[in-house]
Write a protein that binds this ligand. Structure first.
Ligand code: WTA
Length: 657
């Protein structure tokens, strides 16, 4: 048994990209991918994707001009690449395993069934007037119908905008308006940890008096639920039943948009990042196969929600384009007990498991019994994404869950990058693994570090702003409706590179460790959140005159927001205001955005030019000391502030609260 596992481990390390097997291991292929960048991607685009019309141009991209384009004159259909082309070999193989909240109630959807479902779905969309290029909002939990909704859009060339089904009605409304969606697709609700969550009522609120939305297609999760509540509602299940399963796929230009996905930035409203058809799909295909060693027929368990980029790339597009079986996990890691993930691995012989450090951290506190009673020997990769993984969680994944045999793919990437960018696998045989470090760039990805003055930081054992030098197929093309913002935020920060917003350390071996965001974006349980969004939301309240929000470390969630508010003159300081503030954030953004604590203060530490010194607030918020004298040395020089005395006042207020 042991020999078999070791042999398979060895085989897996060797299996990089078959297209370049004559080059050998990771180092050689990587070198080739940088030096012959367009040839590298051209070869993969031809071997990994089916084209309806071949392309003659590979890349026409220039960060300086703000233009990125790959395989521009080629035509293809993403749905056909993900489903139709697998039918000859795997029509009866499951494409999706729907692991519903209640253990033992799973459903399987074969490739043939998914094909038929998406065709019918596409016809339903067409019957509601949806055409190529139209944006469609999807407020659906992880489920076959949620996935089919995305694929149906891809089939007819509509642009999906999945909104995480944990976002509030206001947040959903804002996204529907920004993307100009006339059709919304949703479920009546979802179950999480035994609890039913009504999603339809959120949609009803979101579109109240919104003439823009003409149709809401409502799918059934709970047959008892009252799902049709407004004149715009259409019973999705009934419509699917009566629709024809004959539908032509739209040949799409490589650079047509495939989807929008909203994400938070350090300032302003969430941005609708636009991903392309061919470049995005190629990058999803290649990273899924090379990082996770995903082979046709593999059972790929990415537990991310389809409302986030990880769900798009590694629950939907990546596994399907590779002909794998994708797990759709509706539940939570702790239901009915903390063994749920590993029970699921055993039940379906999952070959890959991909989750978030926040969930891993919450599980490692429980007894190993919850892991050991399940057979995990089918796993060949365990992935981690969304935030840095601490050494303890890494060791636990590798040794306890992975029996010291499974490779851990700590994958650093972003909504904007489309797929994994820096990750320890693939690698050469014998390469060292460093817990907590993302380590090596993926093929074709050239990281550079920049200093604050825009100079490239050379050499090893150095820190800098993490940037990427060369365009790659998976990068987002623009921000919906605001290309200038896209250029300013990502392409014009430093000359001729994509700026990620993260900082990184390049170690003695030339490998990368992500040091965290350099802007005011925080990561709450892997959910990306701009502190400015929470500040804007708090400032809407009539009793608040000013708000400052910072992120502080938290053991399980990674980071949590923490707020300081100044009340308007004449408003009496009371704990009710804190409660109202929390409720408002949950209503306008989402529950995960609610500050862990809100401190009512009289002033904020500002520079003489009026800039809030968040560094100081972060220190104050995270401290657990009892006297100001203890924290003062950590705060640095505060004498240059406009009103240095507010710092101690804030400290005292925090101690009293
Ligand atoms: C952070 C999620 C450290 C990072 C795919 C990035 C990480 C942001 C890692 C993107 C990792 C993601 N190690 N930090 N392995 N993965 N991040 O857009 O700050 O939701 O910029 O994409 O998460 O979050 P997003």
């Amino acid at each position: 048994m042991r020999t078999r596992q070791l042999q398979s481990l060895l085989r897996n390390t060797k299996r990089n990209l078959v297209e370049f097997k004559e080059l050998g291991g990771y180092s050689e292929i990587y070198k080739y991918s940088i030096e012959n960048n367009t040839e590298f991607w051209e070869k993969l685009a031809r071997s990994r994707l089916d084209w309806k019309e071949d392309f003659t141009q590979v890349s026409n991209s220039c960060f300086k001009n703000g233009s990125i384009s790959w395989f521009a004159d080629g035509k293809l259909n993403v749905f056909d690449n993900c489903v139709t082309r697998h039918l000859p070999d795997r029509a009866d193989q499951p494409a999706l395993i729907y692991e519903k909240d209640e253990p033992g109630t799973e459903e399987f959807v074969s490739y043939a069934q998914l094909h038929s479902l998406v065709n019918r779905f596409a016809n339903v969309l067409k019957s509601k007037g949806v055409k190529k290029g139209d944006r469609v909002a999807i407020y659906y939990p992880v489920s076959p119908l949620g996935v089919a909704a995305m694929l149906a859009c891809a089939k007819i060339g509509a642009v999906h905008s999945v909104v995480f089904a944990g976002f509030s009605a206001d947040a959903l409304r804002q996204r529907i308006i920004d993307a100009d969606c006339r059709v919304v697709i949703c479920a009546d609700g979802t179950y999480r940890g035994g609890r039913y969550i009504n999603l339809k009522s959120v949609v009803d609120q979101a579109i109240e008096n919104l003439d823009l939305v003409e149709t809401v297609l409502v799918g059934t999760r709970n047959p008892e639920a009252q799902k049709l509540t407004t004149g715009k509602d259409v019973d999705l299940d009934q419509a699917l039943e009566s629709a024809s399963d004959n539908c032509e796929s739209e040949p799409m230009n490589a650079e047509d948009p495939l989807f929008l996905l909203y994400t938070s930035g350090s300032t302003g409203k969430p941005k609708g990042l636009v991903h392309s058809q061919a470049g995005y799909l190629l990058y999803a295909a290649v990273t899924t196969s090379a990082v996770f060693d995903c082979q046709p027929g593999d059972r790929f368990g990415c537990v991310a929600d389809i409302g986030w980029i990880t769900g798009h790339t590694y629950t939907v597009y990546g596994p399907l384009v590779n002909g794998a079986v994708s797990l759709l996990f509706e539940s939570v890691p702790s239901y009915p007990d903390p063994g749920r993930y590993w029970a699921t691995v055993e039940k379906y012989n999952l070959t890959q498991f991909y989750g978030a450090p926040t969930a891993y951290r919450s599980l490692l506190r429980h007894s190993n019994e919850f892991i050991e009673k399940y057979d995990r020997s089918s796993l060949k990769r365990i992935g981690s994404v969304g935030e840095p993984i601490n050494t303890e969680a890494w060791e636990w994944l590798h040794h306890t869950v992975g029996s010291s045999k499974v490779r851990i793919a700590d994958t650093w990437w972003q909504t904007e990058t489309g797929g994994n960018m820096i990750t320890p696998v693939p690698c050469d045989e014998g390469a060292a693994f460093k817990p907590g470090s993302a380590q090596r760039p993926f093929y074709g990805i050239e990281p550079v570090l920049k200093s604050a003055d825009g100079k490239t930081v050379e050499g090893n054992s150095v820190d800098g702003a993490l940037c990427i030098a060369k365009p790659w197929p998976g990068i987002a093309r623009t921000i919906h409706g605001d290309h200038e913002r896209f250029r300013n935020v990502y392409l014009n920060v430093f000359d001729d590179v994509y700026t990620t917003g993260d900082g990184a350390h390049r170690d003695v071996d030339g490998e990368y460790t992500i040091t965290g965001r350099m802007d005011d974006v925080i990561n709450v349980s892997g959910h990306r959140l701009g502190t400015a969004e929470v500040e804007d939301c708090l400032a809407q309240l009539e009793f608040i005159s000013e708000a400052a929000v910072v992120g502080i470390p938290e053991e399980t969630k990674g980071e949590v927001p923490y707020a300081f508010i100044i009340l308007k003159e004449g408003v009496i300081d009371s704990s009710e205001h804190k409660l109202l503030a929390s409720q408002h954030v949950a209503k306008v953004i989402a529950k995960f955005a609610v500050p862990q604590d809100t401190i009512i203060v009289d002033g904020l530490p500002k520079t003489r030019s009026g800039k809030i010194m968040r560094r100081i607030l972060r220190k104050l918020a995270a401290s657990s000391v009892q006297t100001f004298a203890e924290i003062a040395p950590e705060l640095g020089d505060i004498s240059t502030l406009a009103e240095p005395e507010v710092v101690e006042e804030i400290f005292l207020k925090k101690c009293q609260s």
